[in-house]
Design a protein around this ligand. Structure first.
Ligand SMILES: [Zn+2]
Ligand SMILES: [Zn+2]
Length: 137
């Protein structure tokens, strides 16, 4: 399905294709970089990804596996857009981008189907449904 992304300030906009599902990542890098207890990610191919507005800022990190990862975000508001493998040795194979579900207009349709890095999952996540809630702030 076609999905549409936009950062918080509106400098970045993109369109891409995604399956109607996502994966929850509990890794400590996602916790630190998102500022939240976990992150939801959906996959797309670099070939399908069309940046329709703005210029992405890139940050490179080395994962636990030793592989370099490229993280793209809005340089103005800091919204996270995607993570992918860093381009090395001039490889031209199409990459997969892990799109951050929170920037997508279709987030409601991207229901999680799996969780990864559950070793660092925060213990109280499963208690959300038991908490009192209000429709807004
Ligand atoms: Zn922005
Ligand atoms: Zn992660």
């Amino acid at each position: 399905m076609e999905v549409h992304g936009r950062c918080h300030c509106g400098q970045i906009e993109f369109v891409t294709q995604s399956e109607p599902r996502s994966v929850i990542c509990h890794c400590t890098d996602c916790q630190v970089m998102s500022g939240g207890p976990y992150r939801a990610i959906t996959q797309t191919s670099e070939d399908d990804f069309r940046l329709t507005k703005g210029v992405l800022k890139k940050y490179y990190k080395t994962g636990d596996s030793g592989n370099k990862r490229e993280l793209a975000f809005c340089g103005d508001c800091g919204s996270h857009i995607y993570a992918t493998s860093a381009l090395e040795d001039g490889s031209s194979a199409p990459r997969f981008l892990g799109i951050r579900v929170g920037v997508l207009r279709e987030m409601e349709k991207l229901k999680p189907v799996a969780q990864v890095w559950t070793d660092s999952k925060v213990s109280w996540i499963n208690e959300f449904d038991t908490l009192p809630g209000t429709p807004q702030q």
